[in-house]
Design a protein around this ligand. Structure first.
Ligand SMILES: C[S@@+](CC[C@H](N)C(=O)[O-])C[C@H]1O[C@@H](n2cnc3c(N)ncnc32)[C@H](O)[C@@H]1O
Length: 298
């Protein structure tokens, strides 16, 4: 069994995580004195550098301070590890083995929904790689992340992709898009929730996707090479569900409609921005991995 920080517990979270989740372990403001808040970037990952230079037109001399300012505003909203460790600069969708196919399909006209898009970096990366913005939708429960995304990428006036505010647990979540989505990306999203909540998310994703062969869900999240299914409350200042290939297959299988061809890849926990000052060992032992997965409807 994978155990991080010595505790493996299962708790039921409320359905409105942003408003009600006790995300700071009892404090009402996020401390920066935690290992998953890295004060500085050692380097800017190459993809991020290209996008800030060529898409956002930010000069080399400004990039670091620009990132720090937006990152620190995001940290004040919700102190996610992916914010504190600059993991949003990974542009995680593009690191997925499924990305070349996803990009080809979106460029050919299919629609991509980024679920829990945060700062919307993956939407910008798709556009940078030639995807038509009209085919891209980002949804997040926290509208301030959409705002910060516009600031981060300096495209408030120009972004044509749709950024929508919505709570995946609402019954009428993205009603207008039901049956119209070809591909859903879930980046560092499923692992925020208990398995029971993920089953509800899966039901919503099934409704959103076109009911046809090839409809796809792909993403990345925390995982374990051991038996998955551990919901670790406050493991890293946050509650995290650790998937294994078995549990992700089980989750996809909970969908009432059709079967899925599922591929998973486990790799060590890492970040493209190589912020190793305090190391990544706070994630736990080597049992803790990250998983890229993709699932296509058969
Ligand atoms: C850990 S961040 C991941 C952001 C981005 N996908 C990435 O990979 O960097 C999780 C995101 O999910 C959003 N979120 C949390 N609960 C949500 C909900 N119930 N409905 C929609 N979005 C939610 C958060 O606001 C946050 O932006």
């Amino acid at each position: 069994m994978a155990v991080v920080n010595g505790i493996a517990t299962s708790v039921a979270l409320p359905n409105k995580p942003v408003e009600t989740l006790n995300f700071t372990n009892g404090k009402n403001k996020a401390s920066r004195d935690v290992a998953w808040y890295q004060p500085e970037l050692k380097k800017i990952p190459e993809t991020a550098k290209q996008i800030f230079q060529n898409y956002s037109k930010i000069s080399d001399g400004e990039i670091f301070n620009h990132i720090y300012r937006v990152r620190d505003e995001a940290w004040e909203i919700l102190p996610y590890a992916c914010v504190g460790c600059f993991r949003f600069l990974d542009f995680p969708a593009s690191l997925s083995p499924a990305y070349p196919e996803v990009l080809e399909r979106v460029r050919a006209g299919e629609t991509l929904l980024d679920m829990g898009c945060g700062l919307g970096q993956d939407i910008r990366k798709c556009i940078y790689d030639g995807a038509p913005p009209d085919n891209l939708i980002g949804v997040d429960v926290e509208p301030r992340f959409h705002d910060l995304g516009y600031e981060l990428f300096k495209d408030r006036e120009t972004l044509k992709a749709r950024l929508v505010t919505g709570d995946v647990f609402d019954d009428d979540f993205l009603e207008e898009f039901r049956g119209k989505i070809d591909i859903i990306f879930v980046g560092s999203f499923l692992h925020l929730f208990t398995y029971e909540q993920q089953v509800k998310i899966m039901a919503h994703m099934t409704k959103l996707l076109r009911n046809r062969k090839g409809s796809m869900i792909f993403g990345r999240h925390m995982a374990t090479a051991q038996t998955g299914g551990i919901f670790n409350a406050n493991a890293i200042g946050w509650s995290i569900y650790y998937h294994s290939p078995e549990t992700i297959n089980q989750l996809l299988g909970s969908s009432s409609e059709g079967k899925w061809d599922v591929e998973t890849k486990l790799i060590p926990y890492s970040t493209a921005s190589a912020v190793v000052e305090k190391g990544m060992t706070w994630q736990g032992s080597d049992d803790v991995k990250q998983m890229y997965f993709s699932a296509k409807k058969l």
